[in-house]
Design a protein around this ligand. Sequence first.
Ligand code: ATP
Length: 203
Amino acid sequence: MKRVGILGGTFDPIHLGHLIPAEYAFDYLKLDRLLLIPSAAPVHRPKHNPASPRDRLRMCQLAVASIPGFEVSDIEVARAEPSYTILTLTALSQTLPPGTEVYLLVGEDNLPLLHTWQAIADIVSLARIAVLPRPHDAHPNLAPLEALIGEREVRAITSRLVPGPLVPISATLIRNRVRSGQPIAGLVPRSVADFIAASRLYV
Ligand code: ATP
């Protein structure tokens, strides 16, 4: 039976805080493939100067080029409108061989927000949520999530905390550093840093 991991995000830009825990999770969860799924552009243009969906997709492709088993899916970017995870998961599961185990990776900061995700009960029936360690609030309130999917399922999710390294990098940090002329070497793959510089993103 194949195991496929999914990591969705804005990836504006992709950075080592995504890639290091995801590579660790790939081995830990014994995944065969890991799909990065950049989201479409948000309906409301955020205040920061965001990269286009095409550039975010391109940076993801550059980032995974040298990581075996990692792929980039354009399923959300191609749909143009912002997509709910449940729609993406449903569409993807129709393309995967029957019996494929799907692991939906989310950063630890997302745990206390999962109850706000559209159709979270359907999501946990399609995929096992696994958690990438990330600096976060010490005691997240998971009661609203338990009310929706039950205590047992929440325990199953929290038990799937991947014991990888904590990497205190965010896309916000990268954008801010670029805007203020600081280097981003060591925070994003070199190919991504080169792309950001050549395309004059985030300045
Ligand atoms: P921003 O700073 O723009 O809000 P971000 O760095 O949080 O962005 P996203 O693209 O929103 O990046 O994150 C996609 C997914 O990766 C989310 O599940 C998020 O929790 C997770 N993630 C992002 N950065 C890290 C990190 N440093 N460690 C672990 N998980 C992370």
